[in-house]
Design a protein around this ligand. Structure first.
Ligand SMILES: [Zn+2]
Length: 441
């Protein structure tokens, strides 16, 4: 069995009892952490050393809401300017996703995967759409995740917006992928049942999705009340608020992720708590689309499990969590509000979310957990301890370079060099594919 000894770093365990341990080694055997101990400053026979002096060793970061498929939009200038969120969807995303080929899906995910490795993000909960190439798209994304060496939960976002046949394909694609993951368990892949959003999924499709997901024991991954338009549509069309409609149809539950929840009221928050449904906050996306600010503190105050995602704005979770801090400071006009709560979205709650998808395996440096680790160049200029750690995350570690990224004990990047992926080749092919996609757009 392959053994790594990561030597002489400052270990930050995260988890429920976060500990900061200067001058420690992490021993990895196979895909697991087998010891965290004061540094021996030498390796034993059969151990491959990784020098972590001058570095902080953390669990790999988790991105709880992502869209790999959006990668090729970078620099696309052809979309008409949009005045609101629904126009953003109509003018840009729904025009783009319809034109994606299976190879586009694969390379979009590969490029995003390289970014993720470079930023130490080792697990991504993705939400995929390619209405012109639905069947096989999750396999295409999964093959890229596998090639990158990352860990991911995948789903296809079912929608009625492209007609009944595409909706049927979306249902079948989710079911097929869930079956594939169940039949051939791959510790790095997980499936959820994807739904785009309540306002593009009619009752018939919703009920079919619930039946398919239930029979497979799967939770859902859906955009909820991202914009006020979702609520308006739900009340006009169904006479119900979004969360209530989803609850009545059986979408909510402890394995379901509701992304955004910007425009949910107190009763909807109560329904999220009562069903133990997960919520993922995406501050940079909400700011970019000008949809509003989620009432994060009310959600947390009621006891909703809220994590942090990027909605494909970045794969850099430290950038995202900093943005969340500033957003809520400004929104509350209070520079002291929610420092611990907001940082905990990433540092604690994302682990609690992945504990429901990959039970007991991720988000914490502890013996027996998966060896998903990141080494960040960081020599603390002030006291670095459990008491001061959050300040270092916000103002120091988030500004430092990720040096090494490890998933399942496999070193994906070391010394800022990708060990398995040929970035030049992947980017060159991505430029060809994106140019052709922009032609079709
Ligand atoms: Zn999203």
């Amino acid at each position: 069995m392959k053994r790594l000894r990561i030597t002489g770093g400052t270990v930050v365990t995260l988890g429920p009892d976060n500990r900061v341990l200067p001058g420690h080694d992490v021993l990895v055997e196979g895909d697991r952490i087998t010891a965290i101990e004061p540094s021996k400053q030498r390796t034993s026979a059969g151990e491959t050393p990784i020098d972590a002096r001058g570095k902080v060793i953390l669990p790999g970061f988790i991105n709880a809401h992502m869209h790999f498929y959006s990668t090729f939009v970078r620099g696309l200038g052809k979309a008409a300017p949009s005045k609101n969120f629904v126009e953003v969807l109509r003018n840009l995303w729904w025009r783009l996703d319809r034109k994606l080929s299976l190879e586009d899906c694969r390379y979009s995910a590969l490029v995003a995967g390289i970014d993720a490795i470079r930023h130490g993000t080792t697990t991504l909960i993705d939400h995929h759409a390619s209405p012109g190439a639905v069947r096989g798209s999750l396999d295409a994304v999964a093959s890229a995740v596998g090639e990158a060496g990352l860990r991911a939960s995948l789903c296809y976002e079912v929608s009625d917006r492209d007609g009944a046949a595409v909706a049927e394909d979306g249902l079948a694609e989710n079911a097929a992928f869930l079956d594939r993951v169940a039949d051939a368990p791959d510790g790095r892949l997980h499936g959820l049942f994807g739904l785009h959003a309540a306002f593009t999924v009619g009752d018939k499709t919703l009920d079919k999705a619930v039946e398919l997901a239930r029979s497979r024991g799967a939770g859902f991954h859906i955009h909820v009340a991202e914009d006020l338009a979702d609520q308006q549509h739900s009340q006009e069309t169904h006479g119900l608020r979004v969360v209530e409609r989803l609850r009545r149809h059986g979408v909510l539950g402890p394995s379901t992720i509701c992304a955004h929840c910007v425009h949910v009221d107190g009763a909807e928050m109560d329904a999220l708590v009562a069903t133990d449904t997960m919520v993922v906050h995406n501050p940079q996306s909400n700011m970019n689309n000008a949809v509003g600010v989620a009432d994060l503190f009310a959600l947390l105050g009621k006891g909703v499990l809220c994590g942090l995602g990027t909605d494909a704005m970045t794969t850099n979770m430290l950038e995202e969590v900093r943005s969340a801090l500033w957003l809520h400071h400004l929104n509350c006009k209070n520079p002291s509000v929610g420092f611990v709560e907001v940082l905990s979205l990433l540092l604690r709650n994302n682990q609690r979310i992945t504990d429901r998808l990959f039970p007991g395996q991720l988000g914490e440096l502890a013996v027996g957990r998966k060896a998903d680790l990141v080494l960040i160049d960081y020599v603390p200029p002030t006291e670095f301890s459990g008491n001061t750690f959050l300040g270092h995350v916000a103002f120091g570690l988030s500004q430092a370079a990720v040096d090494t990224t490890i998933v399942d004990g496999e070193v994906l990047m070391q010394g800022k060099r990708l060990l398995h992926l040929d970035e030049e080749r992947i980017a060159a092919r991505a430029r060809e594919l994106s140019a052709a996609l922009w032609e079709r757009f």
